[in-house]
Design a protein around this ligand. Structure first.
Ligand code: AMP
Ligand code: ZN
Ligand code: FE
Ligand code: FE
Length: 299
């Protein structure tokens, strides 16, 4: 028995808590992505599509059929901070909650408005992309810049999706448009209201991070991505220090989209401390026990 207990306590989990599927702007379907994570030997994963939970049920079903992999229902929501990309992740969210689904619907609508404005900007720069072309690419998913980038590649205006971001649709580029978003504090509350654990995504690029954190913490922020994509050791050290200072669970993930021509970290290649996974599950037992039991989500 002692040995068994020690085994559980020392068990090392391989995880990736930040990935995108075709339900938003990723390339693999939810089932394909879960399968890839399984083949790469992961134990705990989360899909965190932008403004949609459409991929969660199919991913949960796939995870259940594979038996050894646990899927945490997740989301990623962009927030409104002038001049900065502040994205919030939510884990263990009640993805069936009606009010939550309505709020996500509004965010997706604002993405459509913004995408049309981006096409207008591109047109004024001499690059004509039809709305129907963009919708063929995005299909029912919330329209994101990676879809616009793909349309630019297909129309022959750029050679790669990365070139589209670098020249035209990256922040501070001539065809970049903001969409209507909620503030970070509103998004923290939205996630907490559906039993979720709010976690600040890829914060190293936020220049106002240190002035943002006290308010976010006061609103209920519970974690922060510290281990992310290609973050350097010094960035990780700095973020780890901030996560300790504000008592935030240091999480991580690859932010895998699977987009060709993008320099991306492969699923599972960012190492997340097993202790962080344990802390997330412990919090979820408090914040959303019903979700854990309904979908049999355990470590
Ligand atoms: P959106 O939510 O529509 O503004 O698009 C955000 C997505 O675009 C991110 O999740 C990334 O996949 C991608 N992205 C944003 N900035 C860049 C960049 N500079 N280079 C490549 N991809 C980017
Ligand atoms: Zn994305
Ligand atoms: Fe993001
Ligand atoms: Fe992401």
């Amino acid at each position: 028995m002692k040995e068994f207990k020690e085994n559980i306590l020392n068990k090392s989990f391989k995880s990736d808590l930040h990935m995108h599927t075709t339900a938003s702007d990723g390339v693999l379907s939810p089932a394909e992505l879960v399968d890839l994570a399984f083949k790469r030997g992961l134990d705990i994963i989360s899909i965190t599509d932008h403004d949609t939970v459409a991929g969660i049920l199919p991913a949960l079903e796939k995870a259940r059929s594979l038996k050894t992999i646990t899927l945490i229902p997740g989301i990623e929501i962009n927030t409104d901070v002038p001049g900065a990309e502040v994205h919030m992740l939510g884990y263990f969210i009640d993805f069936n909650n009606k009010e939550f689904l309505n709020s996500l619907g509004e965010l997706r609508d604002s993405r459509n408005v913004r995408a049309r404005q981006m096409l207008e900007k591109l047109s004024s720069l001499g690059m004509k992309i039809e709305w129907e072309h963009l919708k063929r690419i995005a299909q029912d998913s919330p329209v994101g810049r990676p879809h616009v980038a793909q349309a630019l590649v297909e129309a022959g205006y750029v050679h790669s999706s990365q070139e589209a971001f670098d020249k035209f649709i990256g922040r501070n580029c001539p065809a970049y448009i903001e969409h209507k978003k909620m503030t970070p504090l509103e998004v923290v509350r939205l996630i907490i209201n559906v039993g979720g654990i709010p976690v600040l995504a890829h914060p190293d690029n936020i220049s106002s991070l240190e002035s943002l954190l006290p308010d976010l913490k006061a609103a209920g922020l519970m974690g922060m991505e510290v281990f992310y994509d290609s973050y350097s050791d010094s960035a990780i050290r700095r973020l780890l220090g901030l996560s300790l200072k504000y008592d935030l669970i240091p999480t991580g993930g690859s932010d895998y989209h699977g987009i060709k021509g993008h320099q991306e970290t492969m699923v599972g290649d960012v190492k997340v401390p097993p202790e962080s996974i344990r802390r997330l599950f412990k919090l979820a037992e408090k914040c959303n026990p019903i979700l854990l039991s309904t979908y049999n989500l355990t470590l």
